[in-house]
Design a protein around this ligand. Structure first.
Ligand SMILES: [Zn+2]
Ligand SMILES: [Zn+2]
Ligand SMILES: [Zn+2]
Ligand SMILES: [Zn+2]
Ligand SMILES: [Zn+2]
Ligand SMILES: [Zn+2]
Ligand SMILES: [Zn+2]
Length: 505
């Protein structure tokens, strides 16, 4: 504990000594001011920590290029006898206090200047100095002061003597330009702004590109293309036509004059020609004959038609060009004899060659018919068949009976309402005379009144009776009508008989 206290005490002693030592450091300080050209300024020379002096003789030096001396005065605070003078940039400050020391502090002297119009800007020092024996106390002992120089800082407006242009931009075909700002290197400020410059249609930047260039070909002239500004697209330079290029074939090629090799002639691969100009780009070459490529058609040789006596041949197929036999023909079978007709006596004779062929036909006779017995209406006849070729063929044949040749039926007895009639007919063939009879039906009594102008016509051959007319007791028919009908029917019947007779003739 005791140790800590003693340490603290020691530190406190040091601090007190330091403060005392600082306070005890006598100084003569020249003030610092800031001014502009033409300003009147006051530079002060002050005393600090004055230990006590009775005489001081100081010299204040300034730059005569910057400051023009006006006046100087030593402060009354210090009492004593002041005396000041100036010569060649040096101000003499003399002060003396008889018999005692002054311990005054603060402004000791004031020096008035005018800042020259031609002063260079910046800081200009004002320095204070003295000879050691010129600062003494009342005992004539030297008193030492530390001197602190001051001065004037002249703020001179920049004359902008060192400038440069910044932010300038050239006008191009696409963008406006800018004259640029004037920048002072000294004061680091822009002292004048620039102005915009209109676009310059002639100042193409950003490079160029060639458009519409066309290669010259074998058929068309080319074009070097127009040089365009990439920026604005304007044509900077027109291109020019270039001559046709006979070696630049375009549009493809085609093969001409190609010839296939055949059995008779060599072939040719053909010339490769430009489709555009037709020029031969590459000649073709000959190819060997192709023994398998027969062209120009074929022909058939040694063909022979078949006949009824000799075989034929379809003929061999030969190439017309080289004559080589391409295919053999085939035999054609002999033809059959044709035509003619075999009989029982002779073979058939071929119409083509005239030769007999085949066999005799035993069934083909030259027949001859002879009637041995004539047939009648009821009896068969007979005939004899022989071959006129003399082959000995002979045959007997019945002839069918002829049958009767009946005439018309003739009435033998008329039919009445009560009795049947009778008819007869006779065979009209000569020498026969055969007769035939048949009954005819009774007449039918009419059951309805008859229209005399259109009487119903009874059929003598009809056996069927109309059931409606069969009823004689029909209550709807009167007796008078019935008699009338009977009379009418008798007249009609008579007429029928007459017609029948006439028909027989
Ligand atoms: Zn400047
Ligand atoms: Zn352009
Ligand atoms: Zn061509
Ligand atoms: Zn051939
Ligand atoms: Zn024949
Ligand atoms: Zn015969
Ligand atoms: Zn007869």
């Amino acid at each position: 504990m005791k140790k800590i206290i003693s340490l603290l005490l020691a530190c406190m002693c040091c601090m007190i000594f330091a403060v005392t030592a600082f306070a005890a450091n006598p100084q003569i300080v020249v003030s610092e001011v800031t001014a502009e050209r033409g300003d009147e300024i006051v530079i002060t020379v002050s005393v600090k920590n004055n230990p006590g002096v009775s005489s001081m003789k100081l010299e204040v030096k300034y730059d005569t290029d910057v400051l023009e001396y006006k006046s100087s005065a030593i402060s009354n605070n210090f009492g004593g006898v002041p005396a000041t003078s100036e010569s060649n940039g040096k101000v003499q400050l003399n002060w003396m206090l008889f018999g005692s020391d002054s311990t005054a502090n603060g402004v000791f002297a004031e020096i008035k200047f005018k800042v020259k119009d031609t002063a260079i800007g910046g800081k200009s020092a004002v320095e204070v100095s003295y000879n050691p024996e010129d600062v003494c106390d009342k005992n004539m002992d030297n008193v030492a002061f530390e001197t602190v120089n001051g001065g004037v800082t002249v703020n001179v407006p920049c004359q902008h003597t060192d400038t440069k242009i910044i932010n300038a931009k050239e006008a191009t075909c696409c963008e406006k330009g800018y004259t640029g700002d004037t920048y002072c290197n000294e004061c680091k400020t822009v002292i004048a702004e620039g102005t915009e410059i209109a676009k310059n249609a002639d100042n193409h930047v950003g490079g160029t590109e060639v458009k519409n260039a066309k290669e010259a070909t074998c058929t068309e002239k080319g074009y070097t293309g127009d040089t365009h500004c990439k920026g604005c697209g304007a044509v900077v330079a027109k291109g020019s036509e270039t001559a046709k290029n006979a070696d630049n074939h375009v549009g493809g090629t085609e093969v001409k004059n190609a010839k296939e090799a055949t059995c008779a002639e060599k072939g040719y691969t053909g010339d490769t020609c430009c489709k555009g100009c037709g020029a031969v780009v590459a000649k073709g070459s000959e190819t060997a004959k192709n023994a398998d490529n027969h062209v120009g058609g074929t022909e058939v040789k040694n063909a022979k038609e078949a006949t009824c006596t000799e075989k034929g041949y379809t003929g061999d197929t030969h190439c017309k060009s080289c004559g080589v036999k391409l295919e053999s023909g085939e035999e054609i079978a002999m033809l059959n004899h044709k035509g003619g007709k075999a009989t029982c006596a002779e073979k058939a004779k071929c119409e083509v060659c005239g030769n007999e062929y085949g066999e005799v036909d035993a069934d083909t006779h030259a027949l001859k018919y002879e009637t041995v017995k004539e047939p009648t209406c009821t009896e068969k006849g007979e005939r004899k068949i022989t071959c006129e070729n003399g082959c000995g063929y002979e045959k007997s044949e019945e002839i069918e009976a002829l049958g009767h040749d009946w005439g018309e039926w003739v009435t033998v007895k008329e039919a009445t309402y009560d009795e049947k009639g009778l008819e007869e007919r006779t065979c009209e063939r000569t020498g026969c005379g055969e007769k035939e009879t048949r009954e005819t039906d009774k007449l039918v009594k009419p059951s309805k009144p008859q229209n005399p102008s259109n009487p119903s016509k009874p059929n003598p051959g009809v056996t069927e009776i109309n059931p409606n007319e069969k009823d004689e007791t029909n209550p709807n028919t009167g007796a008078a009508i019935r008699y009338g009908s009977v009379a009418g029917a008798a007249i009609i019947l008579a007429a029928v008989v007459v017609i029948s007779k006439n028909n027989k003739k």
